[in-house]
Write a protein that binds this ligand. Structure first.
Ligand code: SF4
Length: 346
């Protein structure tokens, strides 16, 4: 089991729940804009949020952003160690650096001293895109990724800094798995897992589910990020559903039939519409195209709907509780969910 590391109010490692992480894609220095996105991410279920700090203005913006939000902020810094120091002084709850591009060891030493003084962790690690040539020449790609990260870990340890989180990421699933296994067998710091640059939505959810899922089932990984090109809110939903599907987190889900010639209503639309309700309420909701198979196959759901010739039936525990007209399926289903959970469904 990994060590426990504290990121703001969130504890990771040591058997704590796997935390969902994402990253803003606003200009960090645009405080209002960034704050709004962080709040949306948090509402979606994000527990740790990373912001890019490409300049001094962004490093200083962390201080103002922190006043407006209630979620740990990780400052992501490349190249200029002074930005990391400024972000720490602005209240960042963790910094993420790549020592390889920060430069001389004395800069890392100074950074480690300040992070220690402010009692915040540092995430180090490697991405396949920024591997140093000597590691690439010496090892296969996955091992190079892992050895490069371990080199950075040992550098921090040399400066008496042990409040560390590690990550090793590739856009290749098998490389990421192998590199994480390698690191996990050698150090006991918490590991942040994800497939980097995983691509657009469909590709990313496949690669991330396979890669992150495989690692988590081996108990490797303490925080996760599903990297998807575009709106980061979707990253959080996917990460959440991934954790729920692995039984690593309680939560709702939608069971929907694949549809066939017996389908009596637009299953795909209703299933998509109730997906956020499942997230909000924690219920398992079955959306089934017909009563022939639907009620039986959806009987383990908390509530379900199955199509009939004239509309649909809403069922619970395998028994019909209401007959509804086709055009009222969504309204009646949401009303019933509201009644079941006392959740204020909009
Ligand atoms: S539940 Fe009914 S409509 Fe859906 S796939 Fe099964 S048989 Fe077809």
């Amino acid at each position: 089991m990994s060590k426990i590391v504290k990121i703001g109010k969130v504890l990771i490692g040591g058997g704590n729940p796997i935390a969902i992480q994402s990253m803003t894609n606003t200009k960090t220095a645009e405080i209002e804009h960034t704050t709004r996105q962080i709040k949306l991410l948090q509402k979606a279920g994000c527990e740790i949020v990373r912001v890019a700090v490409p300049d001094l203005e962004s490093a200083r913006a962390v201080k103002e952003i922190k006043k407006n939000v209630d979620i740990p902020i990780v400052a992501d810094i490349h190249f200029d160690y002074r930005l990391a120091i400024e972000a720490i002084k602005s209240g960042a709850d963790k910094i993420r650096i790549n020592p390889g591009n920060i430069g001389e060891d004395w800069k890392i030493k100074e950074l480690a001293q300040i992070a220690k003084q402010y009692q915040i962790p540092i995430r180090v690690g490697s991405n396949i895109g920024s591997l140093k040539r000597d590691f690439e020449q010496k090892y296969d790609r996955a091992t190079a990724l892992a050895e490069s990260a371990l080199h950075e870990v040992h550098l921090l340890e040399k400066f008496d800094f042990f409040n560390i989180v590690v990550s090793v990421k590739s856009s290749d699933v098998l490389e990421t798995i192998k590199a994480n296994e390698y690191v996990a067998h050698r150090v006991d710091y918490p590991i942040h897992v994800g497939i980097t640059e995983a691509g657009t939505y469909d590709t990313s959810i496949i690669k991330s589910s396979v890669g992150i899922g495989y690692l988590l089932l081996q108990r490797i990984g303490d925080t996760v990020r599903v990297s998807i090109a575009g709106d980061p809110i979707r990253e959080v939903y996917v990460a959440r559903r991934l954790l729920v599907s692995l039984h690593l987190r309680k939560g709702g889900q939608v069971i929907a039939c694949p549809t066939c010639a017996r389908t009596e209503f637009d299953v795909e639309t209703i299933a998509s519409q109730v997906e956020s309700l499942a997230d909000e309420t924690g219920l398992t909701i079955a959306v089934m195209g017909c009563v022939v198979n639907g009620i039986g196959e959806g009987k383990h759901a908390d509530i379900g709907v199955a199509g009939t010739k004239d509309g649909a039936v809403i069922f619970k525990d395998g028994s019909i509780i209401k007959v509804v007209k086709k055009e009222k399926i969504y309204d009646e289903l949401t009303a019933m969910i509201k009644k079941t959970t006392n959740v204020n469904v909009e």
